[in-house]
Design a protein around this ligand. Structure first.
Ligand code: PMP
Ligand code: GLN
Length: 378
């Protein structure tokens, strides 16, 4: 067999969750909550099933849900997306991201992305014949050198993929970062794929800098989002993307044959749930408390950290503990100490190893206490 992706193995999230299970370890590796999602939301989905929402949703998504999404962009960013023409509901952000890349990337197109990068971007570019142009970010700040980005833009640059709040580092981009990006792409045909799945998980009163807040960026951007992160139900795999009509027309040409439409009862249930905007506005406070609890519990440990600025991930520096590679240390932590985390080097083009691991704190307080006891003992 001639593989179309010869360099791709199994995603680290599957690998680490399986290892955690095998060794009965506390799983802070793959990002998902270990507490129940909202009973009210579950009931609304059940109601949708009982009220006939059991056949195909419209190709672009349940219209009430698209209206609720459009309302959210007005409320939070004073930004208008036409619910019928500029918003499409997808099978999680993953499908939105894959479909965008499939719809636009041709052989030899260059796609700039910031490393470490969430792991679904690069294979999607590669399978379409595109070339990844990495810009490496490094611990502890993961800040962007915009001159380097400028030097990597060429006539072949088709797309730039950005992700703030950033998985895996837990850093966020400032308004200045977005303005730099806007300046570099103005008067070009470059498409921005803005992965904003953690938009509602930003800490210490920081503002999420959505691509839709910057008028020229908005005109060239797809914004991707995931209800799994917002409503604590990653297993439902419902997300969406927004983009100006001309971009969305191309997206839907592919989406209609890629998946056509996604689980209808969940869409109707989420639409009803979102009528109360507190369901998503309260998330910052919810996760900031968890972050603060986790960090206060491990403040005396030998792990060093800068508090996560957004996402439900915390990066911990273990350089005082061992010189092992992050992959080896992550495996040893799981097997010997019964706690699983994600090594960051797997998200870097050159496997750059900053001696840090990513821990997910979307867990019950009880789990965080147990995890901290282990981390304090290392
Ligand atoms: N992008 C990022 C940065 C993510 O962390 C995730 C989920 N972990 C996704 C995309 C995919 O989201 P979904 O589960 O909705 O497909
Ligand atoms: N996005 C989740 C994470 O970063 C994992 C999702 C997945 O397993 N594909 O941990």
């Amino acid at each position: 067999i001639t593989s179309k992706l010869p360099n791709v193995g199994t995603t680290i999230f599957t690998v680490m969750s399986a290892l955690a299970k095998e060794h009965h370890a506390i799983n802070l590796s793959q990002g998902f909550p270990n507490y129940p999602s909202s009973q009210k939301l579950n009931d609304l989905v059940t109601n949708a099933m009982n009220n006939g929402y059991n056949q195909y949703a419209p190709m672009a998504g349940n219209l009430e849900l698209r209206l609720a999404i459009a309302h959210k962009y007005q409320l939070l960013y004073k930004s208008t997306y036409h619910p019928e023409k500029e918003i499409t509901v997808t099978a999680g952000a993953t499908q939105a991201i894959y479909t965008i890349i499939l719809a636009f990337i041709r052989p030899n197109d260059e796609v700039i992305m910031f490393k470490p990068a969430y792991d679904c971007y690069e294979p999607a570019v590669e399978i379409n014949g595109g070339k990844t142009i990495p810009v490496q970010l490094s611990a502890p700040n993961y800040s962007v050198n915009w001159e380097e980005v400028a030097s990597k833009i060429s006539s072949q640059t088709k797309m730039i993929i950005i992700n703030s709040p950033h998985n895996p580092s837990g850093t966020i981009w400032s308004k200045n970062d977005m303005l730099q990006l806007q300046k570099l792409t103005i008067n070009t045909d470059i498409i921005i794929l803005s992965d904003e799945v953690y938009e509602h998980i930003v800490f210490d009163d920081a503002q999420h800098q959505s691509a839709c807040l910057f008028e020229d960026l908005k005109q060239r951007s797809f914004i991707c989002a995931s209800f799994g992160k917002t409503f604590h139900n990653t297993g439902w795999k419902i997300g969406y993307c927004c983009a100006p009509e001309a971009l969305m027309v191309e997206f839907r040409k592919v989406h209609q044959f890629n998946v056509f439409s996604v689980h209808h009862p969940s869409q109707k249930g989420i639409a009803d749930y979102m009528q109360d905007v507190e369901t998503y506005l309260g998330l910052n406070t919810f996760f900031q408390r968890k972050r603060d609890l986790f960090l206060s519990l491990i403040s005396e440990s030998r792990f060093k950290f800068q508090p996560s600025q957004g996402t439900y991930f915390q990066v911990l520096d273990y350089s005082e503990i061992t010189n092992e590679s992050d992959v080896d240390f992550a495996k040893r932590l799981t097997k010997e100490f019964k706690i699983a985390a994600i090594p960051l080097s797997v998200f870097n083009t050159n496997n750059q190893d900053d001696k840090v691991l990513r821990f997910c704190f979307a867990k019950t307080d009880e789990t965080l206490v147990k995890a901290a006891e282990i981390l304090n003992s290392i």
